[in-house]
Design a protein around this ligand. Structure first.
Ligand code: OAD
Length: 287
């Protein structure tokens, strides 16, 4: 007998009927666009399409350790704009919180460094900031740790923060650059993903590894739902090159993948309505 793949609607009904008890969310820059932070790779609006003024050899150099060691100025110029100020969590962030309140959230894995999950009051033990955050910063020479409060004023003045302790090193916010290891919390993924019964991927291009490859770490019977402006994670040799097949939306052997393409904030509102959680959701939005 052929298994019928799930759909957006059937997954909403599943949540409503308590079928899913361990939900993992994987999120990216797309969920914070509504809060006023551009994503990275959208053509025209993404950060990487607007870096001319930084005079970089290639856009991703702005987050490259190798480049930063030679010239930290472009990063700090950008950081001034990126540092979270009075930003508010979006409906998608509140949806994550609602899953936690309903005791079905296993964990949120976010690539975002904007700390909006914290602002939505997601419990620290339910959150993995897989690419770090601005909450702390470290001297690259002596590893002395600073809080955001200590270095933010220096960055906001347009200066490169230098270590007060060793007087030599540049103090770099603890966001993960290309060429650095991911924060230790990321290692939880190896235990977490095989336990999930539903994986929801929202607002990410899944282009940055190892994060993007986590979609393969759930079991074969775990349903996977993609909510994004565009289709992502489909098999492309260059990205999922280790025999992985990516999402199977368009394949005849799809038994577990569903997608809903469009604006994630609108889609989450529809989703909440289908689940029947509107009242509590609206309360979170109003808080
Ligand atoms: P990307 O910019 O690569 O991808 C964002 C995805 O969200 C794209 O597929 C967009 O189409 C989609 N999107 C944008 N707005 C949306 C909306 N309103 N509704 C639904 N989808 C929307 O961002 P990430 O995947 O998060 O690394 O990027 C991954 C990493 O690359 C980042 O963590 C960052 C960057 O280099 C670091 O900062 C270390």
């Amino acid at each position: 007998q052929k298994l019928i793949p799930p759909s957006f609607g059937s997954i909403a009904r599943g949540i409503k009927n308590n079928k899913y008890k361990k939900i993992i969310l994987m999120t990216g820059a797309g969920i914070s666009v509504a809060a006023g932070i551009p994503d990275f790779r959208s053509p025209k609006t993404g950060l990487y399409s607007k870096l001319e003024k930084y005079d970089l050899p290639y856009p991703e150099a702005i987050f490259s350790m190798e480049y930063f060691k030679k010239n930290p100025k472009p990063f700090f110029k950008l950081a001034k704009e990126l540092i979270p100020k009075d930003l508010k969590p979006t409906p998608v962030h509140h949806f994550c919180k609602l899953l936690e309140k309903k005791k079905v959230l296993h964990r949120v894995y976010t690539q975002n460094i904007d700390t909006l999950e914290r602002k939505a009051n997601i419990l620290p033990e339910k959150l993995v900031e897989a690419h770090g955050s601005f909450a702390y910063a470290t001297c690259l020479k002596c590893r002395y740790r600073y809080t955001q409060k200590e270095i933010q004023p220096i960055i906001m003045k347009g200066k490169v923060p230098k270590c007060k302790k060793c007087k030599k090193g540049v103090v770099k916010p603890n966001i993960t650059f290309f060429g650095e290891n991911l924060p230790s919390g990321f290692s939880l993924a190896h235990r977490d993903f095989p336990k999930a019964d539903l994986l929801i991927v929202i607002g990410t291009s899944l282009q940055v590894m190892p994060f993007g490859s986590l979609i393969h770490h759930v079991n074969e019977d775990c349903h996977r739902l993609l909510i994004n402006k565009e289709e992502v994670g489909v098999y492309r040799k260059s990205i999922f090159s280790r025999g992985h097949k990516g999402f199977r939306f368009n394949r005849s052997d799809n038994t577990r993948d569903a997608k809903k393409l469009g604006d994630c904030q609108e889609i989450i509102k529809q989703f909440v309505k289908l689940i029947g959680w509107e009242k509590e959701f609206n309360e979170l939005l109003d808080e």
